[in-house]
Ligand binder design. Structure first.
Ligand code: C2E
Ligand code: MG
Ligand code: MG
Ligand code: MG
Length: 286
C-alpha cells in the first residue's frame, strides 16, 4: 500500500545517502593515508623515474626523452602520478618531489651523454605551476645544471597552459630567465586547458605537445584530424616544434608525417622505461 511504499522509498533514500557519504569517506580516507605515505616516500626511496623516448619523425632517431615520476609504496602498491601529483601540490610536497625529479633527470641525461654519439639526447622534465609560485624555479634549474654539468640546451621544461593564462608578469619574467639559461620550454597537454591562444605570442615557448586526447582517434575521427592539422600549421607559422603524444598506431604516424609533425612519443615506439632499460634502448639504436 501507499504507506509502506513511502516507507520503502524513505529507507532507500536514506540508504542511497548512506552509500554516498560512505563513498566520500572512503575517498577522503584514501587521500589522508596516501598523503601520510607521500610524506615518507622520498626518505624511503619509493620514488623513481621512468624515461620515455621522443622520436624525430624525419630520421626515426631518438631526439630526447621525457622523465616521468613513479611512486611504488609497499602497502598501497603503484600509485599513478595523475593521483599523487595533485595531492603533492595540495600539501606542498611538490616542491621537494619536483626538486628530486629535476636532480635525478639531469644526472641521468648527463650519464647517457658519456655513451659516445648520444651526446645530443636531451631530457624533458615536467614542472608543476606550484613550483613557479612556491620556490625560485630559476635558481633551482640553474643549480641543477651547474651541479650535474648537463649543458642547458639539453634540458626542456614542460609546463601546462594553466601557468600561462593568468597573464602574470612574474611568470613571464621567470620563463624569460629560464630561456636565458639556455633551456627550452614546452607546453604540455596542449589544447586541453584553455581556449585562448594569445599566450603563445606573449611567452617564450619552443615546443607544443599535442595531448593524447587529439591523437588517439586520428584514424577514425575527422574532427581530430582537422584539429591536429590546424595546430601543426599554426605551430609552423609561429616557429614552434610539435611533439604528438600517445602515438600507438602506424596510421597515426602516417597522418602526422604527412602534416609535417616533427616529433612523436608513444607506446608504438616505447613505453616509459627504467633508467637501465632506457640506456639499453639508446645503445641498441647506435
Ligand atoms: P604527461 O606529462 O602528459 O605525460 C604523458 C603520459 O602519457 C604519461 O603518463 C605516459 O606514460 C603516458 N603515455 C605515453 N605514451 C602513451 C601512449 O602511447 N598511450 C597511452 N595510453 N599513454 C601514453 P604518466 O607517466 O602516468 O604521467 C601522467 C602525468 O603525470 C603526466 O602527463 C604529467 O602531467 C604528470 N607527471 C608525471 N611525472 C611528473 C613529474 O615529475 N612532475 C610533475 N609535475 N608531473 C608529472
Ligand atoms: Mg609531460
Ligand atoms: Mg602531456
Ligand atoms: Mg598529461
Amino acid at each position: 500500500n501507499a504507506d509502506s511504499a513511502m516507507y520503502r522509498a524513505k529507507e532507500k533514500g536514506r540508504n542511497g545517502c548512506y552509500f554516498f557519504t560512505q563513498a566520500m569517506d572512503i575517498e577522503a580516507q584514501r587521500r589522508r593515508t596516501l598523503e601520510q605515505a607521500l610524506h615518507q616516500a622520498l626518505d624511503n626511496k619509493e620514488l623513481s623515474l621512468s624515461f620515455q623516448p621522443i622520436i624525430d619523425l624525419k630520421t626515426g632517431e631518438i631526439a630526447s626523452c621525457e622523465a616521468l615520476v613513479r611512486w611504488c609504496n609497499p602497502i598501497h602498491g603503484t600509485i599513478s602520478p595523475e593521483e599523487f601529483i595533485p595531492l603533492a601540490e595540495d600539501v606542498g610536497l611538490i616542491v621537494p618531489i619536483g626538486e628530486w625529479v629535476l636532480k635525478k633527470a639531469c644526472l641521468a641525461a648527463m650519464c647517457w651523454s658519456e655513451i659516445d654519439k648520444l651526446i645530443h639526447t636531451s631530457i624533458s622534465v615536467n614542472l608543476s605551476s606550484y613550483q613557479f609560485k612556491k620556490q625560485n624555479i630559476v635558481d633551482l634549474v640553474n643549480k641543477n645544471l651547474v651541479e650535474s654539468g648537463l649543458p642547458s640546451k639539453r634540458l626542456t621544461l614542460e609546463i601546462t597552459e594553466g601557468l600561462l593564462v593568468n597573464d602574470d608578469e612574474n611568470t613571464l619574467s621567470q620563463l624569460q630567465q629560464l630561456r636565458g639559461l639556455g633551456v627550452s620550454l614546452s607546453i604540455d597537454d596542449f589544447g586541453t586547458g584553455y581556449s585562448s591562444l594569445s599566450y603563445l605570442k606573449k611567452f617564450p615557448i619552443n615546443y607544443l605537445k599535442i595531448d593524447r586526447a587529439f591523437v588517439t582517434d586520428l584514424a577514425e575521427n575527422k574532427e581530430d584530424r582537422a584539429l591536429v592539422e590546424g595546430i601543426l600549421s599554426m605551430a609552423n607559422s609561429l616557429q614552434l616544434h610539435v611533439v604528438a603524444e600517445g602515438v600507438e598506431t602506424k596510421e597515426q604516424v602516417a597522418f602526422l608525417k604527412s602534416k609535417n609533425c616533427a616529433y612523436v612519443q608513444g607506446y608504438l615506439y616505447s613505453k616509459p622505461l627504467s633508467e637501465i632499460a632506457f640506456k639499453q634502448f639508446l645503445e641498441s639504436k647506435k
